[in-house]
Design a protein around this ligand. Structure first.
Ligand SMILES: [Cu+2]
Length: 172
């Protein structure tokens, strides 16, 4: 009897250990209907695992312009506009960013209340919280008129969860 109980306990422990993976899969399925599904979802402050700093410059650059995260990671991106011009950071697919840049040419003062965007006047700072739930590349750009075309863009490499785990196994 004692042995059977131990086996049962082991079996439940295994199930519990496996459940977070199932929970993640379910959450992702839910977000497929959203237009930002391919780039992830708004992050929760309590889940932010890492903070990175990105600088906006009047030379039409994000510094750094390349970020790297693991699939499923929530990143706090602290953005500082060190220039004098108004800049913004918008996460999206390259296609969406280009379409948005066209709209911005017609309405440059357009407000950006969406969680994947942040507009900053010269000297201002702010932060984006984003969960990168899909592996691949998420582009970002400044959509102030002319800035995207001048090269003010960057990308986030989202490393697949499986690849990241394999990397861990090697490291330890
Ligand atoms: Cu800009």
């Amino acid at each position: 009897m004692k042995i059977q109980n131990t086996l049962l306990a082991l079996a439940s422990a295994t199930l519990l250990a496996a459940s977070p993976a199932f929970a993640t899969g379910g959450a992702e399925a839910h977000h497929h209907e959203k237009s930002t599904a391919s780039i992830g979802e708004p992050g929760q402050a309590s889940q932010a695992m890492r903070t990175v700093q990105v600088e906006m410059r009047d030379s039409m650059q994000f510094v750094p312009s390349t970020l790297s995260v693991r699939q499923g990671e929530t990143l706090r991106i602290v953005v500082k506009n060190t220039g004098q011009l108004r800049h913004e950071i918008v996460l999206g697919s390259e296609k969406d960013l280009k379409a948005h840049a066209e709209i911005m040419k017609k309405s440059p003062a357009m407000a950006h209340p969406e969680p994947q965007m942040l507009t900053l006047a010269g000297g201002q700072s702010g932060a984006l919280l984003w969960k990168f739930s899909q592996a691949g590349v998420v582009d970002f750009a400044c959509l102030q008129p002319g800035h995207f075309e001048a090269g003010m863009k960057g990308r986030v490499q989202v490393i697949a969860a499986k690849a990241a785990q394999a990397g861990d196994a090697h490291a330890h």
